[in-house]
Design a protein around this ligand. Structure first.
Ligand code: ASP
Length: 356
């Protein structure tokens, strides 16, 4: 990882007290160039990114940068990189007022969700952003996304940060990161937060929705959780899914938790083989979480006959959690060594505003 100083910003800091922002670069389209031979997009050197946005020097904050030594396309994202990002924030937590993480949009919602669980009692802004077009492209969306993210991370009230949670900023909207999903691979408006209101909107004015902001316990110190357990599975139900396929997944060695994306309000087939395979899996101590494959709305087990049995056999309700948050919450909680009896209650509790 590379750490670099911005001397113009240091001069600004000497003149008056302005927020210190750490810009963490992990990769993604925002800093990519086209390979002249193959035409594919690949990550390039972070220093070029700063050269391409001279406007950053005009912002009323002190910006320092920290970069992954080998920036990645976020499709190569792994929990070990989530730990790298968490450590970059932990190591610099006291020296900075806010953090902006540049990240590919493909898995940005997963990383944002994971960081929300890993950074317990976070009391400063961590804003994830990226872009659909590289920063060098004439029609790029990168400049607005980056500049406004830095401004959002710099927002203060009597010298204290206004935003105290992990957010995602994209195309004029600030969202709670663990409520987002990438919904479009082409539009600049690539993300949505269907079960939670926007935290802020950028127009002529930057309007913050104060009522929707997360209010952490101000007396607690930042606690960084780095143990994540990847022994999980994610299954999306479809009409015709076979017993053979499910038995194969459920007999994966070391499996500790399974998320099932069911239909609508948490419904599934009532076939005996399906219910008994879930029952057997739970008996083996494997947690099963029910989330909906709809983009919006919530699981309500027991509302229909087709979900009543799930409730009876002890399936965990993911309520209105996104798939991205469900995955990272499961990895995080499995890393916490919670007793099996408590697991269901804790998973069903909103820990970082990820469920209603
Ligand atoms: N494939 C890219 C990535 O996620 C897409 C993007 O940055 O928008 O890294």
């Amino acid at each position: 990882m590379v750490f670099s100083n911005n001397s113009t910003a240091n001069t600004k800091q000497l003149m008056k007290i302005i927020p210190n922002i750490l810009l963490i670069y992990t990769g993604g389209t925002i800093g990519m160039i086209k390979d002249p031979e193959t035409g594919t997009l690949r990550a390039f050197d972070f220093d070029n990114l700063l050269v391409r946005i001279p406007e950053l020097k005009l912002l009323d904050c002190n910006i320092e940068t920290f970069s992954f030594e080998n920036p990645i396309d976020s499709s190569n994202m792994e929990p070990k990189y989530w730990v790298d990002i968490a450590e970059a924030i932990e190591d610099n937590y006291n020296a900075f007022d806010g953090f902006v993480v540049l990240h590919g949009s493909d898995t940005m919602s997963y990383t944002g969700s994971a960081l929300s669980f890993m950074l317990e009692h976070l009391a400063k802004p961590v804003i994830f952003t990226g872009s659909q077009l590289p920063i060098g492209d004439l029609r790029t969306d990168a400049k607005e996304n980056l500049i406004t993210s830095i401004q959002v991370a710099s927002l203060q009230h009597y010298g204290k940060p206004i935003i105290k949670e992990v957010c995602l900023y994209f195309e004029y909207k600030l969202y709670r990161a663990n409520r987002t999903t990438k919904i479009n691979a082409e539009h600049f408006e690539a993300f949505a937060s269907l079960n939670y209101p926007d935290l802020a909107e950028s127009g002529v004015h930057l309007k913050v929705n104060n009522d929707a902001l997360f209010k952490p316990n101000a007396r607690k110190k930042l606690l960084v959780h780095k143990k994540l357990d990847k022994n999980i599975a994610l299954i999306k139900l479809f009409p015709g899914i076979s017993e053979q396929l499910l038995s194969c997944i459920f007999s994966t060695p070391n499996l500790k938790g399974v998320i099932i994306e069911t239909y609508g309000a948490g419904n599934c087939t009532t076939e005996d083989w399906f219910i008994s395979i879930l029952k057997e899996t739970i008996k083996k101590g494997i947690h099963i979480i029910n989330i909906t494959q709809c983009s919006g709305g919530s699981v309500t087990m027991g509302q229909y006959e087709t979900s009543e049995k799930l409730k009876k056999i002890g399936i965990v309700s993911g309520k209105d959690i996104t798939t991205e948050a469900a995955v990272s919450k499961l990895m995080y909680l499995l890393g916490q060594n919670i007793t099996p009896n408590l697991f269901k209650t804790i998973y069903e509790t909103a820990l970082r505003g990820e469920m209603t």
